[in-house]
Design a protein around this ligand. Sequence first.
Ligand code: NAD
Length: 207
Amino acid sequence: MDVSSLTLNRLSLYLRCLRTLQEEGTERISSQQLAERFDLSAPLIRKDLAQFGEFGIRGIGYEVDHLIDRLHSALGLDQQHPLLVVGMGRLGTALARYLGFNDATFRVVAVLDNDAEKVGKEVGDLTIRHTDELEEIVREYGVELGVLTVPAEAAQPMYDALVDAGVQAVLNFAPVSLQLRPGLPSKSVDFRIHLEELVYFLLAKED
Ligand code: NAD
């Protein structure tokens, strides 16, 4: 199924909201209630969810547990995806720890760096390995996802190395526009862009 990136972002947001409701013990919710509670659009929720089948009951709403399960399987989040993080500095270490190393969806199987001083040190349950071992690690664990937290100048060579080693998707945190390989999903994250957007809104408010 072809689902746009915007829709995917919204589905992830719905999932987060639904998990909150699940933790609170809510069993059922209508699209209207979901929209009001989390400041979303009810028609858009119905339209987005309808792409995955009819699981809302008119007048009753959605069963929270069931909807979470359906979204998980539709988005491939019910399977564990092995990932590695390259660049074990401040951000890479924090991210690897945040990802929890081993949850139902993501499993950090390796953390890598090219600094001999860092190789061999522990981050959580993992030992930092040298980037020279990249290909072997990707093959050994069937790594699907790579997270890049290296300095800007190292990002493109490391992106290429990840792809050549067989990694199938990359999340890049370095502040560079990567030359991407066609057909290989990649995303770049830069919180500065979001901060700059907020500053623009602040300015617009002052006008
Ligand atoms: P850092 O200097 O603490 O860590 C960088 C690490 O990468 C070091 O451990 C270094 O040894 C390693 N490294 C360098 N070249 C490498 C290579 N070729 N292969 C493997 N490892 C290599 O830097 P940091 O503060 O953790 O930031 C990391 C990156 O993330 C930078 O590019 C920074 O600009 C970016 N960043 C992005 C965001 C964001 O919102 N996207 C936020 C903070 C930092």
